[in-house]
Structures are given as C-alpha cells and as structure tokens.
Design a protein around this ligand. Structure first.
Ligand SMILES: C[S@@+](CC[C@H](N)C(=O)[O-])C[C@H]1O[C@@H](n2cnc3c(N)ncnc32)[C@H](O)[C@@H]1O
Length: 362
C-alpha cells in the first residue's frame, strides 16, 4: 500500500517559518506543563501538607541548565528532521483528541493519587483487574498511577501525564532513538527490515519509527494489555502495514533467535529491578540478527550528569513512585550490554535522557 505523503512534502512553507512554528509549538507545550504543575503542586500542598519538605528545591543554575539543554534538544530534533531522518510533520504530531478527551480526567485522578501517597499504598489495583501472570516487580502504582499499568483508564492518561512531566519534550526524547536506529539499519539495506520496540507502551515510539522507516515490518511488545490496546488505536491511524503487537514479558521475548534487524527500548530500564534489566538485555541480544542494532533511551544517570542534576535524581523517585530508579541511576548498562555480547557501545545524553547504541557482532 502506498503511504500518504507527509505535510512537508507538498506544502512549500519556508523552513524558517516552519522552524519558528515548531519552536512556538514547543514553547506552548512547555508553558502549559509549567502552569499545570504550578497549580497541581499548590493543590498537593493543600491536600498533603508537608509534602514539599520531602522534595529538594532546584537551584537557579539547575533551572538555567535545564532551559539550555531543552533548547539544544529542540534544535537537534529540528536538525534531524531537516536532514530527513524523519519527516518534519512528525515534529507537530500531538495527540490532540486524547488531550481534549482525557485532560479533565488527569485532574479527576489527583485525589486518588493523594490518597495513595498519604496511605503509602503503592500496590493498589481495582479488584476487578486480572493480576495473574505478571512479575511481582510490575504490580506497582508506578508514578502513583491509578491501577499501575493494568487498566484502560491508566493507558488513556499515561501520555498526557508524561507530556506534562517533561513539559512537552517526551516525544522529542523518544525521537532521539530514530537517527541511531536508522543508521544502524543502513548496513542491511536494501533488504526488508524487521524492527521491534520493547515495552512499546501506548505506541508513540512505534508511530515515529513507522514515519521514519515506512517500509519496515514493525513489532511491539509490552506486558500491559490496556497499553497495547491503546497502541493499536494510535497505530491504526497511520497508513502502511500495522505493527504486530504482542503481550509478553520482555524477559522472555516471544520471537525467534536472530529475527530483528533492530530493537528499540524507551523508558523501561528505570522501572525494572537490576536482574530483570540484565535478562531483558540478554533477550534483546538473542532476537537481534548478527550486525543488528539495539538502541535504548532512558533517564539520565548519576555518572554522566552535571552536579546540578543530582538533586533532580534524588527528587524523582520521591515525587513519583519509582522503586527501581535509585539503583538504575547508578547502574552500568554498558557493562550489562557487554556481558550480553553487544559491541561498539556508544552513549549520548539529550536533555534529561540518556541513550545507549549497541551492535550485535556480525
Ligand atoms: C514508562 S512506560 C514506557 C512506555 C513507552 N516505551 C513510552 O515511551 O512511553 C514502561 C512500559 O514498560 C512496560 N513494561 C514494564 N515491565 C515490562 C516487562 N517486563 N516486559 C514488557 N513490558 C514491560 C509497561 O507496561 C509500560 O508500558
């Protein structure tokens, strides 16, 4: 099936105008995120007095550095689009329908979150939800989310909550995997590619990979049936072959050895205990073809982050229930990748995220 041309392919808008529009779009998302958090922090302080004392304030230097790195992230995103790694239209992609439909629910969910924080309840699920067959570490209210990852309610709110958390930069950080993924796959061209996104969640990364690699066969795996349902809805909007989604534990991927040319993984490792991190890496190694590429995106870590960010890394697991984050920020993923057999491992940082690009020996 022929794919629909993207906006930038047929509208002759000058690049400077498009870039200014993109920056304005990002600024709008950022102002919105800041406004939302200012109000929600005030409400939280009213309903959970003393909570702010558990959180260390960020210095002016930290805020200035965050602003600088955010601007760099926007610039890199723009450059990658201009260099045709992916279409410019991807920069303006935003789940507007979800925003109007579910944003009120983000506020309605807050009293339930305060209740969980107050009662220190981190494993609270609707009794109707099926909790059989999941690893114990997974059955948690990560981010104090209602129902953890197990309900449609959670799946509908997740993307909005992440966007607000990162002041509208979550997709920009996800997009940083696209260049190394595309470059890593270039060794195999022109043969048809198979690419797997591990812990695909609601499918945002797969949607970006589809726009970047229109002809590749895409696969996504996640433990949450609700998030996969949501991903299916999002990915059905796109022309082209639908990604094949499967519910499975990333520690036991339901695929043949040496099957994929590339594997990606976004924002998973900080939510896994150390042993599970190693098993997921080993599984990704098993399913990647010799010469294939593995790209990971996750939070910044202590060792390669400026002094100013250490406070943020202390605050994050307190503000959001993230039981494995403290270990994650000190974990050496390069060693783990090497132990699994990966080579040519490179790392980079963008804004508050970190990337590992590794190759399975040919
Ligand atoms: C923080 S979300 C990230 C989702 C998505 N990659 C994104 O960019 O938004 C973590 C995801 O990992 C999934 N997950 C957690 N542990 C998993 C495991 N052991 N196997 C498969 N998926 C897992 C969760 O269901 C959730 O969708």
């Amino acid at each position: 099936m022929q794919s629909t041309p993207s906006l930038d392919q047929f509208i002759p808008i000058p690049q400077t105008v498009t870039k200014a529009a993109y920056q304005a779009f990002q600024d709008g998302k950022s102002y919105f995120g800041v406004a939302h958090k200012t109000i929600s922090d005030r409400l939280t302080e009213m309903f959970l007095p003393g909570r702010d004392k558990q959180i260390k304030p960020l210095s002016l230097q930290t805020l200035a550095l965050l602003q600088k790195l955010r601007n760099q992230l926007i610039e890199t995103d723009w450059q990658d689009a201009e260099n045709k790694i992916y279409p410019v239209s991807l920069l303006f992609e935003n789940p507007w329908e979800d925003f109007f439909r579910y944003y009120p629910a983000v506020w309605l969910d807050m009293p339930k979150i305060w209740e969980r924080v107050r009662n220190k309840e981190y494993q609270q699920f609707d009794p109707e939800l099926d909790r059989e067959g999941y690893p114990r570490y997974y059955l948690q209210n990560f981010h104090y989310q209602t129902d953890g990852y197990l309900s449609d309610w959670s799946a509908n709110l997740y993307d909005l909550q992440v966007e607000i958390l990162f002041n509208g930069t979550a997709d920009l950080m996800r997009r940083r995997i696209l260049k190394p993924l595309k470059e890593g796959l270039s060794n195999f061209a022109p043969q048809p590619m198979r690419v797997l996104d591990v812990a695909c969640g609601t499918g945002r990364t797969l949607k970006m990979i589809r726009a970047t690699l229109p002809k590749a066969s895409l696969f996504g795996v996640d433990l949450s049936p609700s998030y996969l349902r949501k991903a299916n809805l999002l990915l059905s909007e796109n022309p082209g072959e639908l990604p094949q989604l499967a519910q499975a534990n990333a520690e036991e991927l339901p695929y043949l050895d040496n099957y994929f040319h590339g594997v990606s993984n976004v924002f998973l490792f900080h939510e896994l205990p150390a042993e599970a991190r190693q098993r997921v890496i080993e599984e990704c190694f098993r399913v990647i073809q010799p010469g294939g590429v593995f790209v990971i995106c996750d939070s910044i870590q202590r060792s390669d982050s400026p002094e100013e960010f250490q406070v943020m890394m202390d605050n994050f697991p307190t503000i959001f229930h993230e039981p494995y984050y403290k270990h994650y920020v000190t974990d050496n993923l390069v060693e783990r990748l090497e132990e699994a057999g990966f080579q040519d491992i490179k790392t980079e940082n963008h804004f508050v995220s970190k990337y590992w690009v590794a190759r399975k020996p040919a």
